[in-house]
Design a protein around this ligand. Structure first.
Ligand SMILES: [Zn+2]
Ligand SMILES: [Zn+2]
Length: 531
């Protein structure tokens, strides 16, 4: 048995969920409170299967609906069917007494809709297999959870800050560097590459013009309105702006041509933000997310339930981080999500296999190939695995998504793919603001993430435990409804999300989610999920 150690590097999403820690505002945004619960890494997995799929497209015939065979080696012990069912109830107990055989059968049917977490090598549960499970009951009774109230019910999303002319160089920081230590991105896009100084103005203008803009805040807001159906999701009315940081009348000192500090301005106030070169050289510089979160605390409006800041710069949390994609402090109701690292331009460099992004990530051949890297011998598919793979919401999602031409090639399609990634992480981080911890029950939008590859494998839906929490917050606490209203909310939310997905048809994640929702609806209709 091998011992799995952290090889900390690329942080993706992390929050201090279980304890709902607060982000304390600091005067000087210095080495403040920084909740490093665990280091995450996403070191070298997936090479084998990427090679194979480029030779012959995978048909995803058999699905991995339970944890991968690697989970046991990682020491992950998934809550069993009885615990999962009990975790969705207010009392923490199962509503009906069911025999083991009945539960076993029910769990198999359930896995066609809600598969288990994959737990592949280098996934977050690989490094943190004993992470606490937060049931609906423990969420409900969490002392420090902020309730949504009629006076404090708005989820604000702030658009990417504008760049003031005086810090015009910061525009260059959002572009992938061709000469970065990570190597040139080579997916054929090449439109965000920096233009050499010797190139003439016209060429520069064309490059600027063709540059793929990071996704629009209105689209992120639109998705969150569907995802948090019933909550008030609005764009933050103030425009944020990057400006220089000046101390005692002097501009901040520079380090490798990168100022040590810049400032984030909102209204007539500004917060100092640390800057540093991106350690892996993929971007020229990155910004400290704790400082950005200090600004978020300062701008939280009175009627806000929470605020999410979008930035298109690379961000980091602690000195030893390479980067961090998103972060929430649930207790303080603040979150930040970056778009820079999610650009499809970096997919090849980061080893993200489009053909096995969610929902295709639940393909057994793919999971086996990744486990094989760690000497786990794949087991042949069982009769039951083959049977369960043929129908159900996960199969419907895979059929719908794999029918799309892949990977996307037009700027428009790539930008939509980019949006879907940011939107999903935004919904995850806001989940922390609602008091939700990381989910260990199922593959779920609230799962923790060990890196960009795992991020691409995770679903955009909420599992039954997490959906129960959001349903309670919206239908019962905010709208003061009862159990029946909570059930209706699940249906209404499904419809809202379905509408969103139809509008964005052609985007893999949302095409899959649409088919998944439709198939789930049918199952709910025949009560197959109520076991
Ligand atoms: Zn998280
Ligand atoms: Zn969940």
């Amino acid at each position: 048995m091998r011992v799995w150690k952290r090889r900390g590097a690329h942080r993706v999403r992390k929050s201090l969920d279980a304890k709902l820690k607060w982000r304390r505002p600091t005067l000087m945004s210095g080495a403040a409170f920084c909740g490093s619960s665990s280091l995450l890494s996403d070191a070298g997995c997936g090479g084998g299967s990427a090679k194979r799929s480029s030779m012959m497209p995978c048909r995803h015939d058999v699905l991995q609906l339970d944890c991968s065979p690697f989970a046991e080696l990682a020491g992950f012990d998934r809550p069993d069917a009885r615990k999962r069912l009990a975790a969705t109830t207010k009392s923490g107990r199962m509503l009906q007494k069911s025999g083991s055989a009945e539960l076993e059968k029910g769990a198999k049917v359930e896995s066609q809709t809600f598969p288990g977490p994959l737990v592949l090598p280098h996934d977050d549960l690989n490094y943190d297999p004993d992470g606490p499970a937060q049931s609906f009951k423990s969420w409900l009774n969490e002392k420090h959870r902020n309730r949504v109230t009629p006076g404090r019910k708005t989820l604000y999303v702030a658009a990417v800050p504008e760049v003031d002319e005086s810090v015009g160089f910061m525009r260059g920081w959002t572009r992938v560097r061709v000469d970065g230590a990570g190597g040139a991105p080579s997916n054929g896009l090449g439109k965000r590459k920096m233009v050499d100084g010797e190139e003439n103005e016209r060429k520069r203008a064309i490059a600027e013009d063709e540059e793929m803009q990071s996704p629009d805040v209105h689209d992120v807001v639109g998705y969150l309105q569907a995802f948090y159906h019933g909550m008030h999701v609005k764009q933050f009315p103030q425009r944020l702006r990057w400006v220089p940081w000046k101390e005692k009348g002097r501009a901040a000192t520079k380090m490798n041509d990168i100022p040590r500090y810049v400032a984030l301005q909102y209204g007539d106030r500004a917060t100092r933000i640390r800057a540093r070169p991106s350690p892996d050289g993929v971007f020229t510089a990155q910004l400290n997310l704790n400082d950005i979160l200090d600004a978020a605390i300062a701008m939280l409006p009175a009627d806000a339930y929470s605020i999410l800041l979008l930035v298109d710069h690379d961000i980091y949390e602690s000195e030893e981080d390479d980067f961090c994609c998103g972060r929430a402090y649930g207790g303080s109701r603040i979150a930040v999500v970056q778009s820079a690292r999610y650009t499809p331009e970096l997919d090849e460099r980061d080893g993200i296999e489009y053909a096995h992004a969610w929902p295709m990530s639940h393909c057994k051949a793919y999971a086996d190939a990744l486990c094989g890297v760690e000497d786990v011998v794949p087991r042949p598919a069982t009769v039951s695995q083959i049977r369960l793979s043929k129908t159900g919401p996960m199969r419907a999602a895979i059929t719908a998504t794999s029918a799309l031409s892949s990977p996307p090639t037009t700027v428009e399609d790539l930008r939509a793919l980019w949006l879907s990634r940011i939107a999903r992480t935004a919904s995850h981080e806001l989940g922390h603001c609602l008091g939700m911890g990381h989910c260990v029950y199922y593959a779920c939008n609230m799962q923790s993430t060990g890196g960009l590859r795992e991020d691409a494998r995770q679903p955009p839906y909420l599992c039954p435990v997490c959906e129960a929490k959001v349903g309670w917050a919206v239908a019962c606490e905010l709208q003061r409804g009862g159990e029946e209203d909570r059930k209706n909310w699940v249906m209404e939310r499904g419809k809202a999300l379905g509408e969103w997905c139809k509008k964005w048809h052609g985007v893999g994640m949302w095409e899959g989610l649409r088919a998944w929702l439709e198939a789930r609806d049918k199952l709910v209709g025949i009560k197959a999920l109520k076991w």
